[in-house]
Design a protein around this ligand. Sequence first.
Ligand code: COA
Length: 166
Amino acid sequence: MKVSLRPLAEGDLGRLAAWRNDPRVHPFFFFDGRIDPERQGAWLDSVRRDETRRFFAVEADGDFAGTLSLDRIDRRHRSAELGNVLVDPDRQGAGIGRRAVELLLALAFESAGLDRVELRVFTDNAAAIRLYEACGFRREGVERGAVVRDDRRRDVLRMAILKGDR
Ligand SMILES: CC(C)(COP(=O)(O)OP(=O)(O)OC[C@H]1O[C@@H](n2cnc3c(N)ncnc32)[C@H](O)[C@@H]1OP(=O)(O)O)[C@@H](O)C(=O)NCCC(=O)NCCS
């Protein structure tokens, strides 16, 4: 299977909203509201205007199969945050997420001039943490009760990878 990244496009927004609202995806994001498909166009415009963000569609054999993003791109410290890691719930467990994160790291370190990529993940999201560790991210600490989801305070694991770790 060939996995590739391209910029997110308007035509992706309907499926992206459906995935984000899917019970196999929705619990793992910090934002606990539902995605309103009507507002997606304005959201994509604002992402495109934001020089600190790059939002990607993941393709598997040419089909839209997931997303990920580089957020909080900081030129001074040559760092960014990996976010919006999501694989089509019908295609999870097939290696798409792993390949997509590897591609994003190659882009960050080899063409975007970054030296550090960090991320935040719920401490109980075992699948995602295993994926990030498989890609070389290391655990840097736990932010206790940092995020309120569904009226409950949740612990968040911070992870990061430096260019020199690879
Ligand atoms: C987490 C997620 C992106 C992984 O993508 P994926 O394409 O399903 O993962 P892959 O098939 O590439 O698997 C890569 C590694 O992830 C880990 N993994 C994936 N699914 C797993 C599961 N259900 N249980 C445990 N580990 C799992 C494994 O280490 C796996 O490698 P291995 O099979 O060699 O052990 C995907 O499951 C997803 O979209 N989850 C919901 C949203 C989410 O949690 N996003 C992350 C928010 S921080």
